[in-house]
Design a protein around this ligand. Sequence first.
Ligand code: SAH
Length: 353
Amino acid sequence: MSLRDLLTARIATQGPITVADYMAEALLHPEHGYYCTRDPLGAQGDFTTAPEISQMFGELVGLSLAQSWVDQGAPAPFTLAELGPGRGTLMADILRATARVPGFHAAAQITLIEASPPLRAAQAKTLAGHDITYVDSAEHLPDAPLWLVANEFFDALPIRQFQRDGSGWRERCVGVQKGALTFGLSPLGPQASLEHRLADTEDGQLVETCPVARPILAALASRIASRGGAALIIDYGDWRSLGDTLQALHAHAPVDPLASPGQADLTAHVDFETLCTAAAPAAHSRVTPQGVFLERLGITARAQALAAKLEGPALEAHVAAHRRLTHPAEMGNLFKVLGLFPNHAAPPPGLER
Ligand code: SAH
């Protein structure tokens, strides 16, 4: 039975499900979920991420984390963590770039949070030779100083969608019509958590919430505030979500999100306001465009140093990768970086309060 058949049968007996339930099943159903059945990254897969585009991304992220660790007195031991590490490329680049930071590797206890069995296998290969611990959620990270990165993790978390109707909201749901999965709207109801959106929306407009993001942020922030550390959260999105941003990608092209659950990547824009409001008691940086963050960390100088050793198609690919990561018309503006750090400390390099 396909996941579409399973969901259709479930909806027939239990009624429509929320977009969040649909996303959770499509991405992480243990047998049919998108992330549980494949390695989705790279040219052969459905999408590409910054660390897969160029080693420069992970190198600069690693040096920002390591400098922040030095600035906070180089506590040992500390947790060096990543949420949703994909193929392990970003962590491998972080570790290579920080190998000469005195004491950093000796003190780092590498801890990963990864739901996908195929990607765990890929991580084991990429990170062979390093001691890796897995925990199953941010709440289970050790009670220790924490330096963490999450690239394109929050965009994969299930979102709920609400359409404004007068001064109330109808939740967008997934139901079945004529045998096909279709979007519908639930009956009108008040939504206490959306009171603040009555001021900046009009009738008929759609807003999104990501209920599982808040407890994750709270778990990171409590460790960073009490034990020291920093988090770099990098994702696409903006300060406030407005409109339907649910997107399905298959073979690098957009597809209908309901057409084949479990076969396409599903993501939504990250609402950075939600992350920031959940970040107390830690301080958070300004939400900074990825291009600005990487330029501040010296990506152009690093790109020139690497370019000196390249020629022909390899040089062209390298120049294109630099542009793709930083140019405002590519990933430079759409992707944002948010830093968490203790109130008494400086933000990680590349970011400002
Ligand atoms: N950070 C990587 C991969 C991004 S893709 C990169 O930049 O290349 C999203 C990653 O998050 C994948 O590794 C996916 O398996 C993981 N993931 C998605 N939802 C998750 C969840 N709820 N819990 C843990 N990992 C999750």
